[in-house]
Ligand binder design. Structure first.
Ligand code: GMT
Length: 382
């Protein structure tokens, strides 16, 4: 198949899922075309059957807000037409699903040959998408896609609740590359970060408000207060970083916190981690937590969205009430103080991650493409 994949290129779950899926599909022999305003962060190696098409937005003095969605729709038209796309798979509804609809309309009968699949990821439904300033357009675009998937049951149900759609939304969960995200020896790195054999707590995100990164610092301060020798590794960057830094200063824990910024080889950091913290205020799936679990790192998470479905409370980590820093601190301390329990949780975390193995889920998408393509082309011939 010729497959177009549209995504955000940034440090974030939807772009990661889209990129890993595209790479997985290319390995299975499909021709994959990525479309975005920059090369997706994880698309960093040459593959003979992967092309990247950059969407450049023409600036013009009248445009205070250059219309990316229109430039994207124009690129989609060309891709569908000249690369003979069978499937156009857009990740994150805003504005990708709308541009895809527009491209198909522009192409008329020709456009009916391409199957448009929208994958909903999170805030495109839960926060931004349901804001009145976008809701009617998002709802329309979801309804006009040939098929819609959501990354968790929670997100599917939220979509039904927040949008007036009665269409079938299929759940295809996120996935992880178990070969890449596995625990490996990183003795030198561990020694450099933890010269006194400290235990390591890690958080990975794009430091948006919704991630509650400051809560990780609060939890960590409680761990230190108990006399446990530990380090907190904060990976990623974003708008909330400045507040996180000031919280570290207020709590007097700066010397024990490392701000590592955006990192490519997250698996190496996870390999020296003992606990992963995800205190998010909203999280439809929690891909970063899955990657941690795949490296055998138990997760202390909040109880929102898809997290309780991923992180099994008392088995792969602990699920605590949103914002309950004391509970998260106690959970972390109980594991860090008990090496045997920590080891058992680590094994259970990896085992749980194995249920989300990359190949299995890529094949689910592939079968889904074939199904919707039959539906779309069948309709044209009928
Ligand atoms: O919806 C977002 O915030 C964007 C997206 C991203 O690019 O960071 O994150 C969402 O999609 C991920 C991949 O499907 C999920 O693992 C994240 O849980 C989800 N984020 C939120 O719901 C906040």
């Amino acid at each position: 198949m010729n497959i177009g994949i549209v995504c955000y290129p940034t440090y974030g779950g939807s772009g990661v899922v889209a990129t890993e899926l595209g790479i997985g599909l290319a390995k299975r022999g499909h021709k994959v075309h990525f479309l975005s305003y920059a090369r997706p962060q994880r698309l960093n190696e040459f593959e003979h059957n992967i092309d990247f098409h950059e969407v450049a937005v023409n600036v013009y003095p009248l445009f205070e807000y250059p219309p990316y969605d229109l430039a994207l729709a124009s690129h989609m038209v060309n891709l569908i037409k000249y690369q003979k796309l069978d499937v156009l798979h857009v990740h994150y509804a805003i504005p990708h699903a709308t541009s895809a609809y527009l491209a198909r309309e522009i192409l008329g009968e020709q456009g009916r040959q391409v199957a448009i699949l929208t994958t909903l990821h999170g805030t495109d439904i839960t926060i931004v998408g349901s804001d009145p300033s976008y809701l009617p357009v998002v709802e329309f675009s979801i309804n006009k896609s040939d098929s819609v998937t959501a990354v968790s049951e929670y997100l599917r149900d939220e979509t039904y609740e927040k949008f007036g759609t009665t269409r079938n939304i299929h759940v295809i969960p996120n996935f992880v590359d178990l070969d890449r995200f596995k625990r490996v020896e990183r003795t030198h790195f561990k020694k450099a970060i933890c010269p006194d054999g400290e235990l390591v707590l890690t958080h990975v995100s794009n430091f948006r408000k919704v991630k509650n990164v400051s809560h990780t610092v609060e939890v960590f301060a409680r761990v230190l207060q108990q006399g446990i020798k530990a380090k907190l590794l904060l990976v990623g960057d974003g708008p909330d970083r400045i507040n996180v830094e000031s919280r570290c200063r207020e709590l007097g824990v700066c010397d024990h916190v490392r701000m590592l910024g955006k990192q490519e080889k997250v698996e190496e950091i996870l390999s020296i981690s003992d606990l992963f913290l995800m205190p998010s205020g909203s999280e439809t799936f929690g891909l970063a937590a899955l990657e941690a679990m795949s490296c055998g790192v138990p997760v202390i998470s909040s109880d929102v969205g898809g997290l309780p479905g991923l992180n099994i409370d008392g088995e792969t980590g602990f699920v605590c009430k949103l914002g309950d820093i004391d509970a998260m601190g106690d959970a972390a301390i109980s594991l860090l103080r008990d090496p045997e329990k920590l080891e058992a949780f680590s094994k259970a975390a990896r085992k749980r991650a194995e249920m989300f193995e990359l190949d299995k889920i890529v094949q689910q998408y592939e079968s889904h493409y074939i199904r919707i393509l039959k539906k779309v082309r069948g309709t044209v011939e009928a």
